[in-house]
Design a protein around this ligand. Structure first.
Ligand code: BTN
Length: 335
């Protein structure tokens, strides 16, 4: 039944005009009654669908911020990103879900989306607050044809895709805090957690999962846990409007598919670097590198083709900072 819904919505949405009941039946291989039932269900959920006896059905308007498998699937026009979609109203965390599906054979691009996570994970063993109805939480499975030492670049590719998708949908000026936090007006709106699974011989990547959490429609600081209020914000808080999560997710997946394909041509960031650097926060400004081996300050000079941050020390020497356990801060505050 679910597939029929997605397929009918997809047909109506992509046509933009009337589609006859007969056409829908033929395209989807279902009965007239099945089509009629789904149309009625969709109407009950708030979709405005016009039915004209001699012409068929036309999707006039979708309800605001419907976040469901059908709504997301019917918007996607990608070749592989999100083509296989798993949607949960609630799950522990989409990252382990994606790993499980990948182990069971899910294809490159398979995507797990949840409206809520009960055990959302952040980097460095932190948790990621994941209430229902206000955020985008998803994890995409990547089956790469590259060596493990290239894997960390995927997080930068994803950061770029998400930063640009948010800009496209909301008009907000998104910055990237190297390597992969996305920041609006000095506060974090997106976190990305990439994890890798190796083959038993430990020499090749079996698959990667890239998990993305976007704070979308939180209304104000009170919607965040106390300890995050100073450093976190949402798209709605910054642009003043409710943002449609299905629209945003579609844009992210479409952009990630294109950006990943650019990356795959060279297995480095050369084709994306300019766009990444144009959003890099603190470029040519002073940064403090919190290296466990010893903190130091310098001037951030952009990234290399392989994603390291270039920091110019006081003596003019350029140091490459590798993502991982190292954090970089501006000299004042979070960014
Ligand atoms: C960070 O600490 O900045 C990374 C946060 C990553 C959160 C996302 S939400 C979707 C996916 N599932 C998780 O449990 N974590 C990632």
């Amino acid at each position: 039944m679910k597939t029929d819904r997605s397929d009918i919505l997809t047909c109506l949405r992509s046509s933009g005009d009337y589609v006859s009941g007969q056409q829908l039946c033929e395209r989807l291989g279902v009965s007239r009654t099945a089509v009629w039932k789904v149309i009625n269900q969709l109407k009950e959920e708030g979709y405005r669908i016009e039915s004209v006896p001699s012409r068929g059905y036309r999707l006039v308007e979708s309800p605001a911020d419907v976040y469901s498998e059908s709504e997301i699937a019917s918007r996607l026009h990608t070749k592989w990103a999100g083509k296989k979609l798993y949607f949960f109203e609630s799950t522990g965390s989409t990252n382990p879900d994606a790993k499980r599906f990948a182990e069971e054979g899910a294809p490159h691009g398979a995507t797990v989306v949840a409206d809520r996570q009960t055990a959302g994970r952040g980097r460095r063993g932190r948790s990621w607050e994941s209430p229902a109805g206000c955020s985008v939480y998803f994890t995409i499975v990547i089956r790469p044809a590259f060596a493990p030492d290239k894997a960390s670049m995927i997080t930068l590719v994803m950061a770029l895709s998400v930063a640009e998708a948010i800009h496209e949908v909301t008009g907000l000026d998104t910055g990237i805090k190297w390597p992969n936090d996305i920041v609006v007006n000095g506060k974090k709106v997106v976190g990305i957690l990439t994890e890798m699974s190796m083959t038993p011989e430990m020499n090749e990547i079996q698959f990667l999962v890239a998990g993305v959490g976007v704070n979308v429609n939180q209304n104000g600081p009170a919607d965040f846990p106390e300890e995050l209020r100073r450093t976190a914000t949402s798209l709605k808080m910054e642009c003043g409007k409710t943002v449609d999560r299905a629209v945003l997710l579609e844009r992210i997946l479409a952009r990630f598919e294109a950006d990943y394909e650019t990356f795959e041509r060279s297995f480095c960031l050369s084709g994306l670097k300019q766009r990444y650097e144009s959003r890099l926060i603190g470029r040519d400004a002073a940064v403090r590198v919190l290296d466990p081996a010893g903190e130091y300050t310098g001037i951030s000079r952009g990234i290399t083709d392989t994603g390291e941050l270039v920091v110019e020390r006081e003596d003019g020497e350029r140091t490459l900072v590798y993502a991982g356990e190292v954090s970089v801060r501006g000299l004042y505050g979070y960014v």
